[in-house]
Design a protein around this ligand. Sequence first.
Ligand code: BGC
Length: 293
Amino acid sequence: MADPASREPCRSPSSDDGRTQPEPRRPLARQVAIVTGASSGIGTAIATALAAAGASVVVNHRPNPRSAAEADAVVEAIRRAGDTASPFPADVTNEAEMDAMVEDAVERYGTLDIMVANAGIEKPAPIAEMTLDAWRDVIDVNLTGAFLTARAAARRFLRQGLRPDVSRAAGKIIFTSSVHEFIPWAFQANYAASKGGVMLLMKSLAQELAPRRIRVNSVAPGAIRTQINAEAWQSDEAREALLELIPYGRIGAPDDIGRAVAWLASDDADYLVGTSLVADGGMSLYPSFRGAG
Ligand code: BGC
């Protein structure tokens, strides 16, 4: 039976020369998504890809004027493309704000189907110099924030139940993890510890919630060209060293991850439960072993 969601009206069914073009699929039509940390980088690409796949998207951002302006620009770009989005300021480490964000999304769009716990930070330092604040900040945003974001969504999904005309799952939770959920990272012990934590948070929630038809997964990006790792790709020297780590020979683009998440959220990925989808150009294949060892 055809999925009714994929029969939603689509854009530009015909080209200038009158020939009919295949309609773009809108596998997330009539679904509602929240993406945390969506005012920049990978979060923006995820929000944009989910909206292009048909979802109405809440673009969460940090509650400060700069992030608000960035989020407004993201929302405007999504709307210009004919898709649906709105901004929402909230701090992922604040439980009341995470719950309020879900309530607001449901009031605005009527439901919630997809939660992407994406917000993340880095505060690198050699271990002897890593302050307790640098440790706590990273664990707070990357791990505790992921927990609060997922919990707010899980509460809603459990109450809401299945809507079979929209999706085979009663909700999808997707964490933006990292290859550093399993690759150790010197000078970034706080970050690697947070992502290792996200991995077992994700798997534990997946095991707990699968019987309720809630799918929980992660996307685990490698080196993606964003501000968070600008130092690793801006100079020629750094870029060359980074490319040594990537067998596929290119640094990732944010929409490599956006598209992966849009797929992971769709029914095409309905049998993926408790998985980290690694999108890293082969970074995790131990490339230094090519011809060595
Ligand atoms: C980090 C990036 C880094 C990449 C690969 C990501 O999780 O945020 O800074 O380039 O992992 O090491």
